[in-house]
Design a protein around this ligand. Structure first.
Ligand code: GLA
Length: 714
């Protein structure tokens, strides 16, 4: 941090390890964006104030209004504004005349005041030196005498350099989250909004901007994500000096932004970073920052246990003897946590009834869940339970007792999704009831894990007074999670919403795992996971081996590929493992052993994702001096010889011990060449420069196979 003076202009710099930002701080005005990009030397600053280096062009206002950290509407800013608000149709514009910047331990607090429109804005901005991630949030206070109606409020307004660029973003649906798209940024604004009330399957709250020809490992890439599980917007727009303005924040429904005099509205955090090491560099920065934000029971992450989830094995069809025998087989295979999914509670024989009645079904579980939980625990596994606290089926005792507890649009009939309604968590009595109901289960049973689902979009999301409750509902769900965690601090939470509909950095302040998708088809899953890993770290990515054929696509893939894809995240099994043939059982067993001995590396450090020619997909996890390399082949080869994989992370001045760590046992890849025999026995020593510049030779691999290497610098 430095306050520097050049001529009349003052500058303020924040430096991380690999990035810097520089603001110009004109007296009484909002700070101006001068730079955000790769690290500058501590003493580098602009040669002069912005106003001195850009004389007014023809047909311009007599007062230049350059891009600030909070471009406001109406006073000569002609692009999207960070704030749109009014007071009963008046006070539509803001012009900040008061500005204070405070810096405490690398955290900037920028306070902007406009006494005319009665608006005060406080922006918090912190550049974390360890991750190079900027965390930005904005608080808006109504200082006027009457209500202020906020239409749009950005959490962050960021700058991108003037250069050709592409935006990479993710769309999707249930069973196909993180579907990657890329578009050239032009003169028209790029805008993405989500109105589904959840982070949603179809609009992940984040994106990348790749400058020039930037790619996976090279070139300058910027990334932004909103730590928020609700409605959101992101927009990128070219401004008149060729730079681009990137705005992101919570999406407000009509009326949601009404502030009484003295009232403050807080945005979610936006996490933003850039790296000249390509998209992988951005992912590594994000992972570091999110790890630092996580709150684990006991203060630190325990090794991520292998899961067995009952959903795709049994769906709603629970029988105690069958569940016990599934648990027996799970324990034999090395599973460490057994999660009882949907179907366990009163009246839950299908998805039309039962939600809201969180007591064990008396027919399926005449003695409650205790016999199953005790059985699981006696086998040495932890016991987890599925719940969907925000939801209620009209066909439930809860709804019959409280038909007024559901969110609604007043004057319209209720609208179900998957036959369910959403409870209004903004009501204290509803949140108290849910705390008591879920708490009673956690208190009575040895449950150390809760899978917390949300299986519909948040539409018809008004309260009894007729006001939109989208944002308040998300905040109330976070508060309920936090309250349960305070009362039961040993319990971990998995966030889920029809698979990955609640995948975001916001829920990770309360949860410890995200169920990335209901799609267990290995190649589709791999692509979903690659999108997920662009923003969120692998240890929180729930990743299961499913049945063949896959229930979501009907396709069959070999066990080795299914296991190789699942082992790159937080591994689990989600199939009836009692019906596996001997080969598949052996394969699963060996991947579980591999996962257990490698999870320390898989779940810490950096990841690098890559594609080679001939359809070879790879992923490295760890540190440049010691990493695991997953290599996956989905389609059959088209080449006579296998390619080599260039490993940009390998240190060119070290020598590496290279071993095949997993994937030898099976038909997976065709044996060939002494070299690979050596790699799977003792390993071989290879120069880092060779790996970095020429690459690691690959064995010929069959379609649907996986092989894993470990590379350790000597
Ligand atoms: C959602 C989840 C699944 C499963 C079902 C249960 O679809 O994503 O994993 O828990 O709900 O109804």
């Amino acid at each position: 941090m430095s306050g520097d003076k050049t001529g009349a202009a003052r500058f303020l710099a924040l430096h991380g390890r690999t990035t810097s930002l520089i603001l110009e701080t004109p007296v009484g005005k909002a700070p101006l964006w001068r730079y955000w990009g790769p690290r500058l030397p501590d003493d580098a600053s602009p040669p002069c104030g912005l106003r001195d280096e850009r004389p007014s062009p023809s047909f311009s206002l007599d007062r230049d209004l350059p891009l600030s950290v909070f471009p406001a509407f109406g006073g000569g800013w002609f692009y999207t504004a960070a704030l749109k608000a009014h007071r009963n149709g008046e006070a539509f514009a803001q012009a900040f005349t008061g500005s204070r910047v405070k810096t405490v331990e690398g955290r900037l607090t920028i306070t902007l005041e406009d006494p005319v429109s009665g608006v005060e804005v406080e922006i918090q901005m912190r550049l974390d030196g360890a991750s190079d991630v900027l965390t930005i949030s904005t608080a808006l206070t109504n200082r006027g005498a009457d209500a202020l109606d906020v239409i749009d409020l950005a959490a962050a307004a960021l700058v991108l350099p003037a250069a050709p660029a592409r935006v990479r973003y993710f769309t999707g649906r249930h069973n196909r989250e993180f579907d990657e798209r890329e578009e050239l940024l032009g003169a028209a604004a790029w805008r993405r909004e989500n109105r589904r009330g959840l982070a949603s399957h179809d609009a992940f709250p984040g994106a990348l901007v790749l400058m020039g020809g930037a790619g996976r490992d090279d070139g300058l890439v910027y990334g932004v994500q909103i730590a928020w599980s609700g409605n959101h917007f992101q927009s990128i727009e070219r401004i008149d000096d060729g730079r681009r303005l990137w705005l992101a924040g919570e999406g407000l429904a009509p009326g949601e932004g009404r502030l009484a005099p003295g009232e403050t509205m807080m945005t979610p955090d936006v996490l933003a970073t850039c790296s000249d090491k390509g998209a992988n560099g951005v992912a590594q920065n994000f992972h570091r920052a999110i790890r630092a934000r996580m709150e684990w029971p006991g203060g630190a992450m325990a090794p991520r246990p292998v899961h067995l989830n009952t959903w795709e094995a049994f769906y709603f069809n629970h029988r105690l003897d069958e569940l016990k025998s599934l648990a027996d087989e799970a324990a034999r295979l090395g599973v460490e946590r057994f999660v009882l999914d949907d179907g366990w509670f009163k009246g839950r024989d299908n998805d039309r009834s039962g939600l809201g009645d969180w007591t064990p079904d008396p027919v399926k579980y005449p003695q409650g869940l205790r016999p199953l939980a005790d059985h699981v625990i006696a086998l040495g596994m932890a016991f987890g339970l599925w719940v969907e606290p925000e939801m209620v089926n009209p066909d439930s005792d809860l709804f019959r007792a409280h038909p007024d507890w559901a969110l609604l649009i007043r004057g319209h009939p209720l609208l179900t999704g998957r036959n369910q309604l959403v409870l209004d968590l903004t009501r204290e009595d509803v949140s108290d009831h849910l705390f008591a109901a879920i708490g009673a289960l956690l208190a009575a049973l040895p449950i150390s894990y809760v899978k917390w689902d949300h299986n519909r979009d948040l539409a018809f999301a008004g309260d009894v007074e007729g006001r939109a409750a989208y944002g308040r509902q998300v905040r109330a769900a976070y508060a309920l999670m936090a309250r349960l965690r305070r009362a039961y601090p040993a319990v971990e939470i998995e966030a889920c919403a029809g698979g990955g509909g609640r995948s975001d950095a916001g829920v990770l302040q309360h949860a410890h795992r995200i169920w990335a998708s209901d799609c267990l088809d290995a190649p589709v899953r791999l692509s979903i996971q690659r999108g997920f890993l662009q923003f969120l770290p692998p240890e929180v990515m729930g990743s299961h081996i499913g049945a063949a054929p896959a229930h979501s696509t009907g396709r069959t893939h070999a066990m080795e590929l299914r296991a190789g894809v699942a082992a790159t995240g937080h591994l689990g099994l989600e199939l009836d493992i009692r019906s596996l043939d001997a080969n598949d059982r052996l394969t699963i067993g060996s991947w579980i052993e591999f996962y257990k001995r490698s999870r320390g590396l898989i779940h810490s450090g950096a990841i690098w994702i890559g594609d080679e020619i001939d359809g070879l997909l790879w992923q490295a996890h760890g540190a440049p001096e010691d990493f695991i390399l997953f290599v996956l082949r989905v389609d059959p080869t088209r080449e006579r010889f296998a390619p080599t994989i260039r490993l940009a992370m390998a240190d060119p001045v070290r020598r590496y011990r290279v071993r095949i760590e997993q994937g030898w046992q099976r038909r997976g890849w065709v044996m060939g060449g002494d070299f690979f025999n050596r790699l799977s026995d003792d390993g071989a020593e290879i120069s880092g420069a060779w790996l970095n510049r020429s690459g690691l030779p690959m064995p010929p691999m069959l379609a649907d196979s996986a092989v894993v290497f470990r590379l350790t610098a000597q």
